[in-house]
Structure formats: C-alpha cells, structure tokens
Design a protein around this ligand. Structure first.
Ligand code: GLC
Length: 556
C-alpha cells in the first residue's frame, strides 16, 4: 500500500460560489420525512429534528420538494402561495429555524420553484375565473374558446402528462390549459405579471437565505400561443418522449427556444446574491438539449434523467456517462447524476426489472409480475450508488435510498393519493410507492415517522430497513453511504474521468484525475480487481479477493 497525498476536501464554504458543482444533494419529500406534530403528515419541524441524520450521512445540501400552501392535488406541486408555508407543515418561522439549523450543520438548502402552473386555488386563477372571458386576469393563464359548433371541443389535441385532454372547460364555456392535473392551470409566460412575480419569489427565498432552487418542469413554461393554437396532429406527440422525433424547438409546449430567455433573466437575479444562488432544472429532454438549461448564464445544472433511465447494462452506462460528461463540458456546466426521486420507482426495485418491463404494469401487479428478488435488488442498488458517487459532478439522492429502501409496490388502490391513478382511469398507479413515510425506528408508531399514523400505509417489512436498524451496523446500506460520502469528500478533485483500457466488456472501470479508481462488475461472474488499496466496496469480495457480480469497488 503506497501512501499518497490526500487532496483537500471540496470547498463548501459560503465564499465558494461553485460549491454545487460537485455537491451531493439529498432530496427531502417533506410530507414523508418526519412528522413532529403527529397528524400523520410530515412537517418542517420534523425535518429540523432529523437534520442530524443528513449531517452524519455526509451530504452537502438538502433540497425540499414543495412545502407551500397547497390543496395537495399533486403532492404539493399545486402551489396556492409561492411565498408561504402550508399551515399543516408549519410556518415561515419554522422554515427559518430549519434553514438556520441546516446552515449550522454545514448543509445548504435548496427549495423547489414551480413556475409552469399554479394551483387552481391561487388568487390569480380565482380572479381569472371570476373576471370572465377576455379579461386581463384570464391572460395570466392560457384560456381559449373551444372548437365545434358550440365550443364544446377542446381547443387542441394536446394531452396532459397525467392522461386525458390538457384542457378543462369552465362554466362560462371557455377552456384553460393544464399540462398536469386540472387543479394545476398553466401560466402564460408571455405575461409580464408572471415574469415579475417569479422574480419576486426567487428574491423572497434568496433573502431568507436559501442557497438554491430546483426548477419544476423547466422545459414547459413557454408555449407556442400562435392564434389559433396548432394541433399536434397525433396526440401521442404530447409526451416528452416524442421530443427525439421532432425537429428541436418545434414542439408547441416542450423545450421551446424562447424558454431560455427566462432562465437568463433568472440568472441575473440569482447572481445578484453573494454567493450567487444555484439552480437545477427538471427538464425531461434529451441530453444534448438538456444541458442548454445548465449553461452558466442560465440555471447551471439540470437533472440527468437519461442516466436515471439507463438500464443496468455496462455498454449503455458507459455511453450515457461519456455523453453526459461531454455534453456538460460543452455547455460549461457540471454533470449531474440521479437514480431515484419522488417521481420514479426506487432504484433498489427498478434496476432489477428485466428490460422491456412496463413499470406501470409492474406496479399494477403489485410488484409481482415479475417478482423482484429483494436481496439481489439491494446488491445492485448499492453497486449502482457507489458507481454514481464516483462520477465527476454532482449527485442527487432521494430520501431513504441510503437505507436501501425498495419500492412499496403493493399499495392498495383505496389508499392511493397520486392524481395519476384517477386521471389515467386506473391504468397507472402513480408514484405513491416511493413516497411512503420513512422508517426511522425498527418498531413503534409509524416506525418513528411520527407519533401517530402516516398518510400512506407503511408495510410490515419497513422496520428491517429503519435507520435505527442500520446505524453503526457494519455492512449496512446506511454505513455504506456514510463511508462513501466521507471518502468522496476527501477524494473529489477535477471534473473528468479516464476509462481503463483493459477491462472486460461487462465491467466499468475508470480513474479520476487524482488516481482514485472505481470498478463495477455488471457481469454474472467474479472479476479480478486492478492493483490498489481497496477503499470501499458495495458488497463483500469473494474469498479469493475478486469483485463479485453487481458489485462496485473504489480503489486508491
Ligand atoms: C414535476 C414534479 C412532479 C409533478 C410535476 C408537476 O415533474 O417532479 O412531481 O407532478 O412536475 O408539477
């Protein structure tokens, strides 16, 4: 074993404006994290009480999904007031206390901004309904007359992401656009009030000391509002996946070139703070187009959903990693990586689904067709995580993936809360299976989530995955994450990697500039490790020191 100099840890001090470029960010879904007041719904105090867990885990920042006043028609992404806290989750004072405690622990705070749509209960939409057709209040949204002899048909064939027409008719006969639920009317971003109000929101939270923003559906804000609105021709083209089939920038509501003007404007606001506030785009668009949102004069980062969607396959992973790094470099952005979030099946389950498995069908079968081997899923998830954490750039973790939690795939229909279930006519169960309140203790009421129950039922096996059951236990997933994050802080340097030339096809092996190497075995048989000190592995090595299937090792 040769001693080598340990590079300085990344500078996360307030003076470093680039702290986010290699940060590990932990997503908190506030309703499911911790329930301090015992009403079954997570709250801000519940987060504050558990920030020690994040500090001990070794993440750099937490991102909170919306905690604003909301009817919860879409889990809080239907915002009634962008500059307040949902009374069920706390108060602005609670937010300040939470942010102060996070900062005291050295954690940055990122909040969600939801600019594509408001709640239908937002004061603007209520005004628009009352004011009637042709009024200035309606112009803040996208209201249109219908087609057909009596305006009884929606203005276009655009479909909602959650199923059905993207238009809803109001009693006076007009229709309004909602790309998500009918309770989430789309804003008109050609309107000055809309632009001004979001600048105010960015300043409101920046003034309160937040360090950054996650921008919801960043690619949808600008619509082609040509009069009359144009049909897609094929309603299936409403899906984001159709973007690969269309000329770039030509879709009437996704990824239009004009949207970038908005983010250049926002960047000026964010840069007026010291240090500048960071931002990350949620944009479900192809890699090459996605990095445009991450350009230095725009948001700086964008989630890498292509990585998340890549199957557990060495060639596919090698390709997506290389492409992502190239695209980020070309845009002057830092790469990002993510495996789980509040919208997808947890990766401890997802990565085990055979290629071609429809995830909706799998959820409808209660996770039984095909069944997922729990131990194998955990092994693979741990290998995938250790690989992700070795990649240059910033990594986004989703709450309790550090516990190795699988998807709760068998929630019964009567408890489902995700609007997707109703809106698809019970064809898609939706995203509740990754939103079940977390197990903190091995037993007790709601496994330590709160004093009472939880807004989604927790399964009987949750206790096995509880943080308490894993804390200090050698080999547990929680300890693996802690070790990896501690090492990563010491090892991260530079934003490049070098692939090893001499590896079998089903093995990923690369070195970071400082000589730190990551090897992942995606083959079915053990493989020898390259020379070097083994720093951490996602699972035990074989008796003769080789790397087993679905295992990752870091070497120094
Ligand atoms: C984003 C959110 C998702 C939400 C949707 C509408 O995709 O991540 O949870 O349903 O936007 O706001």
């Amino acid at each position: 074993m040769t001693a080598r100099p340990v590079p300085a840890p990344p500078d996360l001090s307030p003076k470093n404006p680039d702290w986010w470029r290699q940060a590990v960010v932990y997503q908190v879904y506030p309703r499911s994290f911790g329930d301090a007041d015992g009403d079954g719904l997570g709250d801000l105090k519940g987060i504050t009480e558990r920030l020690g867990h994040l500090a001990a885990l070794g993440v750099d920042a937490l991102w909170l999904s919306p905690f604003y006043p909301s009817e919860l028609a879409d889990g809080g992404y239907d915002v009634i007031d962008y500059r307040d806290v949902d009374p069920r989750l706390g108060t602005l004072d609670d937010f300040d206390a939470m942010a102060a405690e996070a900062h005291r622990l050295g954690l940055k705070v990122i909040v969600d901004v939801v600019p594509n749509h408001t709640s239908h209960l937002h004061v603007w939409f209520q005004e628009a309904l009352a004011a009637g057709p042709g009024s200035p209040a309606r112009d803040r949204y996208v209201f249109r007359d219908g087609r057909g002899a009596h305006g009884e048909l929606p203005p276009t064939d655009w479909r909602s992401v959650f199923g059905g027409s993207a238009w809803r008719r109001v009693p006076d006969g007009q229709w309004y656009l909602h790309l998500f639920t009918p309770e989430q009317p789309d804003l008109n971003w050609d309107h000055d009030d809309v632009r001004a109000d979001f600048r105010t929101t960015l300043r409101f939270w920046s003034d309160r000391g937040v360090d950054g923003f996650r921008v919801d559906v960043a690619h949808a804000l600008v619509k082609d509002l040509a009069d009359p609105l144009r049909d897609l021709g094929d309603p299936e083209l409403s899906a984001e996946t159709s973007l690969t089939d269309l000329p770039p920038g030509s879709h009437p509501f996704y990824d239009r070139d004009e949207v970038h003007e908005i983010y250049r404007d926002w960047r000026r606001v964010l840069d007026s703070y010291s240090p500048p506030r960071m931002a990350v785009a949620e944009a479900w668009v192809p890699n090459a187009r996605r990095v445009r949102y991450a350009r230095p004069d725009e948001l700086g980062q964008a989630f890498n959903f292509e990585y998340l969607q890549t199957p557990w396959d060495a060639d596919a992973l090698r390709q997506v990693i290389a492409e992502s790094l190239d695209a980020a470099r070309a845009a002057g952005a830092s790469a990002t990586w993510v495996l789980s979030n509040h919208d997808v099946i947890r990766h401890a389950s997802r990565l085990m689904l055979p290629p071609g498995t429809g995830t909706d069908d799998w959820l409808l079968s209660g996770g039984t067709r095909p069944p997922v081997d729990e131990a194998a899923g955990l092994r693979r998830a741990r290998a995938a995580t250790l690989l992700m954490l070795a990649l240059p750039g910033s990594a986004y973790l989703y709450q309790s993936e550090e516990l190795g939690l699988p998807e709760v795939a068998d929630l019964p229909p009567e408890v489902l809360q995700d609007p997707v279930w109703e809106q698809t006519g019970h064809v898609q169960k939706g995203r509740d299976g990754c939103r079940v309140p977390l197990p903190w203790t091995s037993a007790g009421p709601s496994y330590g989530f709160g004093a009472a129950g939880s807004w989604l039922p927790q399964p009987g096996w949750f206790g096995r995955y509880a943080a308490q059951a894993q804390d200090g236990v050698a080999g547990s997933t929680l300890e693996l994450y802690r070790t990896a994050l501690r090492l990563r802080r010491k090892l991260t340097e530079g934003e490049t990697l070098t692939w090893a030339a001499d590896t079998p096809p089903a093995v990923l092996s690369f070195a970071r500039t400082d000589g730190w190497r990551c090897v992942t075995n995606l083959s079915a048989a053990p493989v020898p490790l390259p020379p070097g000190e083994v720093l951490v592995t996602s699972g035990p090595l074989t008796d003769d020191g080789r790397l087993g299937p679905d295992t990752t090792a870091w070497l120094g």
